[in-house]
Design a protein around this ligand. Structure first.
Ligand code: T1G
Length: 706
């Protein structure tokens, strides 16, 4: 018996414990061990029934995702199906005892059991679509038989977990066990030992009629095409669930297996698995080991109650951390609190939060007009207007008002953290915590390390980001950090393309079809074109003479067209902020381009995508080489969680690897020829392309060298 599986006995009930930390993934040795255990108890006359349970914090989080890479590079395909049939055909009832998570192959294992009991706090789900695949161990066949077609389609397509309580109402969980799960499961097993063991694969009563299912499947397809635009796996999952309504179990499993394999070998799945491990990799900082002590963050303060400050205060309150929210005068503070209340009210309306939850959270936010209570807080996040002089003044005040040991963080999106820190007597306590708008929604937190930021402060912010429901990515203190530094060239190219003859809508549409949540020009209108304009004006002195700069957006701002907030920018906006083309803009731009001597031409969607996306890749390669990002995957996670880059393309750096760095490099050299120095290829990109290497390999070398 492998040591990953232990068998013990509680009198006439055998207990099979899966012990493969950290999440009992069904990696090599686990299915084999379970199979051997089922065999063993089938031969033991003293055993009347069995319980399968997970050791540690969870039941089973699914197949071992690390194994997929081996399967798609020629390794053997490992199937769970034979084991699941062995369990289901066991003459002695098998009870699955679930705590923590039963996800993917974990839920499929549980459904092969004859009964399922669970702790009320447990969760079950088929999250495979988040990895660009579908359930591959009969989940799309057993689940509809146990809970009905509509809910099964929803779970397999959306990938979201359901609580054990909901699963019990659906009939997926037979009993909720308060307190000691194992004891409850063993006594349940004893109760059912003499009863016939129901097999999920033989159940048909919940499979509905062809007519009902046709409507359900059509609705599921329509919803998936809309909500998960561009993703292949959700539609494949629906095809597999549909097969369950039309074919016998074995045939349905064959349809599922075929679709599973197609998805597994797809670029989308490889990209999404890269993102899965990337979101965990970014938490690892080579010179800040896991054991680095973290500082307590039980009370915080936010300075500035504008859009960002208010959103940040909500983030802390939502995590249960009391917040002081400071602003300069009553009117501004009231307006800030008003916006917070409005945001919470719309969350209740949309069913995201209950009124009770919101009332509790609002009680955690205390508006203040001075620094009197700041000596009591563990951390401050400054979110005032993006000007260096103002920020330094605030940090001087914080240096006086806050206790030693408190973390002083700035939400600046572009300014130099070391210069801000120089306004204090404690630069080791200063760090950047760059939230993304709307702060209470966007998952990304760019954590900016200053020259003197201490390891404790870094470790604390990295850990805190998880508690706040964010993905914290550590970056270096270069101008505009990583995300915005890359966004500059990306949006520059979008403007150039319009100045060279492309339609505004064509530029945005090309990037939306590429998979972005929104096009670069519409994004500018959303954020406010004046934000970038003010920064460009502040840095005009740094622009290299003779280098082409985009002018269209500056011109729009000079006309007071800042985007949504002025109902006019690249688009015109109605009272519901719905965009429509600006009838005068195209002519206006043609006139400006003629004045600037820029020839007009037809531009393909392919060129639009290449110029915008490769501008990201080229700048990303520079950032990597300069060491302002730890890994290429960090850049990918930043772009997917902060800038709406499609996760199913893996992020800009992974996308470049998928296209092939030689091809990307060659295209950039073309642009360099056509458009000059702005497109000078990054030395790292040139090196990797010429060596036939990838950014992923570069990351591995970095880790090995660390
Ligand atoms: N395989 C391999 N490693 C896994 C894993 C898995 N399924 N799940 C987690 N890990 C690693 C993870 O990389 C991290 O490693 C550590 O465990 C802790 O994870 C046949 C084909 C369960 C909710 O999609 O969603 O089954 O970074 O940091 O925040 O049809 O992990 O420490 O080295 O995320 O407490 C379907 C994936 C697989 C679930 C726990 N299952 N896992 O979250 O910890 S496909 C999933 C999660 C499948 C079948 C198909 C989460 C979690 P390291 P963590 P956490």
């Amino acid at each position: 018996m492998s040591d990953l599986i232990k068998v013990s006995k509680e009198n006439d009930v055998a207990v099979i414990t899966i012990d493969n930390p950290p999440v009992n993934a069904l990696g090599p040795g686990v299915p084999e061990g379970i199979g051997a255990a089922i065999d063993e108890i089938s031969r033991d006359p003293a055993v009347k029934a069995a319980v399968v349970i997970g050791a540690g914090r969870t039941f089973v989080a699914g197949a071992d995702i690390k194994e997929f890479g081996k399967m798609t590079s020629g390794g053997p395909r490992r199937s769970l199906l034979p084991l699941l049939l062995q369990i289901e055909d066991s003459a002695k009832p098998v009870v699955m005892a679930i705590h923590g998570n039963a996800f993917g192959g974990g839920l499929e294992l549980a459904m092969a059991g004859h009964y399922r009991v669970a702790s009320p706090s447990a969760q079950v789900g088929q999250p495979e679509v988040n990895l660009g695949i579908i359930p591959g161990a009969a989940g799309t066949q057993r689940l509809p038989r146990l809970i009905g077609v509509a809910k099964a389609a929803e779970m397999c397509t959306g990938g979201k977990p359901v609580s054990a309580r909901e699963a019990a109402t659906l009939g997926l969980i037979d009993r909720l066990i308060e307190g000691d799960l194992l004891a409850g499961a063993v006594s349940f097993a004893r109760e059912v030992a003499a009863k016939p063991a129901p097999k999920a694969r033989e159940r048909t009563e919940k499979l509905g009629t062809a007519e009902e299912n046709a409507a359900i499947i059509a609705a599921a397809r329509a919803a998936a095409s809309k909500k998960q635009r561009g993703l292949k796996a959700p539609l494949a999952a629906i095809d597999a669930v549909e097969a369950a309504t039309k074919s016998p179990f074995e045939e349905g499993c064959q349809v599922e297996a075929k679709l599973f394999t197609e998805c597994l070998f797809s670029d989308q799945s490889k990209a999404l698995i890269h993102v899965f491990f990337g979101e965990r990799e970014v938490a690892k900082i080579p010179d800040v080991p896991k054991e680095t002590p973290v500082l307590p963050v039980n009370r915080v303060a936010v300075v500035g109650s504008g859009t960002m400050g208010g959103g940040i205060a909500m983030v802390f309150a939502n995590a249960g951390i009391p917040v002081l929210l400071k602003d300069v005068d009553e009117a501004t503070l009231d307006a800030g609190m008003g916006k917070i209340r409005k945001n919470y009210a719309s969350s209740v309306q949309r069913g995201r939060f209950t009124q009770a939850f919101v009332d509790e959270r609002l009680n955690l936010i205390t508006p203040v007009l001075n620094y009197n209570k700041f000596s009591e807080v563990d951390m401050v996040v400054e979110a005032v207007f993006e000007g260096m002089a103002l920020k330094k003044t605030v940090f001087m005040d914080l240096d006086r008002a806050c206790r030693r040991g408190a973390i002083l963080a700035s939400n600046t999106s572009t300014l130099n953290i070391d210069e801000i820190a120089s306004a204090t007597s404690r630069p080791e306590a200063v760090i950047g915590t760059h939230f993304f708008s709307p702060a209470n929604v966007m998952r990304l937190l760019e954590i900016v390390r200053g020259k003197k930021s201490s390891k404790e402060v870094i470790a604390t912010c990295m850990q805190l980001s998880k508690k706040l429901g964010k993905i914290g990515v550590l970056v270096g203190n270069c101008r505009a950090f990583v995300g915005n530094r890359m966004f500059g060239p990306y949006r520059r190219e979008a403007q150039f393309l319009v100045e060279e003859g492309a339609d505004v809508q064509a530029v945005d549409q090309a990037l939306v079809e590429f998979g972005n949540a929104m096009g670069p020009l519409a994004t500018g209108d959303l954020a406010g074109l004046d934000v970038g304009w003010r920064i460009r004006k502040e840095y005009r002195h740094l622009e290299k003479p003779g280098i082409r700069q985009p002018f269209a957006e500056d011109r729009l701002c000079e006309m007071g067209h800042y985007g949504q907030k002025t109902v006019r920018g690249w688009y015109c906006y109605d009272e519901n902020r719905r965009p429509s083309p600006d009838p005068e803009l195209a002519t206006q731009v043609r006139k400006w381009s003629a004045e600037a001597g820029i020839p007009q031409r037809q531009i393909s969607a392919e060129e639009i995508v290449d110029r915008c996306v490769y501008a990201l890749v080229n700048e990303g390669a520079r950032i990597l080489e300069e060491g302002y990002a730890l890994r290429a995957v960090d850049i990918d996670i930043i772009y997917i969680n902060g800038y709406g880059f499609p996760a199913y393309r893996g992020g800009p750096m992974w996308h470049a690897d998928t296209v092939g760095l030689q091809k990307v490099y060659a295209r950039i050299c073309e642009f360099h020829q056509q458009h000059g120095e702005l497109w000078a290829p990054a030395p790292l990109l040139k090196r990797l392309a010429e060596a036939g290497k990838t950014f992923a390999e570069f990351d591995k070398e970095q880790v090995a060298a660390a």
